[in-house]
Design a protein around this ligand. Structure first.
Ligand SMILES: [Zn+2]
Ligand SMILES: [Zn+2]
Length: 161
């Protein structure tokens, strides 16, 4: 697409992360290659065709032309079929049995067991009743299966010494 701003490409990236989608998942959903989406997210607006870009704009409710008429895109109804997959939370309580203690070079870490803490996609930990976290408590990035946020490098579960 011509005259597509790099800001739009970046906003697709952050919207995708907030939705908890991988590039592969989103590419399959809008019908493009993961490699093309990757280059697009890095700011190369020519990598995807107009149809795919419009799908992305609609899905994440993003404006394609901030200088022209930003309201135009938002008037279209959002498809209900594109709800993001259920993201299981983790328990931020370091004393909860769902958090498995381990050590890396004498640094105490906890690996959250998201299946045990959040078996049904609820609001509270199934083991200890603590309010579950669905985002990195430090930077707000979408969580993944590991113990440490891949975006900011902070452990998800921290214990006060
Ligand atoms: Zn818990
Ligand atoms: Zn983080």
């Amino acid at each position: 697409m011509k005259n597509l701003s790099p800001e739009f490409c970046k906003s697709v990236k952050s919207a995708r992360r907030e939705a908890g989608l991988t590039q592969g998942q989103l590419a399959a959903e809008v019908g493009c290659k993961q490699s093309a989406l990757s280059m697009f997210e890095q700011g190369d607006g020519t990598k995807l065709n107009d149809e795919v870009i419009e799908k992305l704009a609609k899905k994440f409710n993003l404006s394609l032309s901030p200088s022209a008429s930003p309201a135009k895109v938002n008037t279209l109804p959002l498809p209900h079929s594109s709800t993001p997959p259920l993201l299981r939370g983790f328990c931020p309580n370091p004393h909860c049995p769902t958090n498995k203690e381990y050590f890396v070079e004498e640094i105490r870490l906890f690996l959250p067991d998201r299946e045990t803490a959040d078996p049904v996609g609820g609001k509270y930990c199934a083991m200890c009743g603590e309010l579950l976290e669905r985002k990195c408590p430090n930077c707000g990035a979408a969580i993944h299966a590991g113990a440490i946020c891949s975006l900011c490098g902070q452990p998800y579960v921290v214990i006060a010494e």
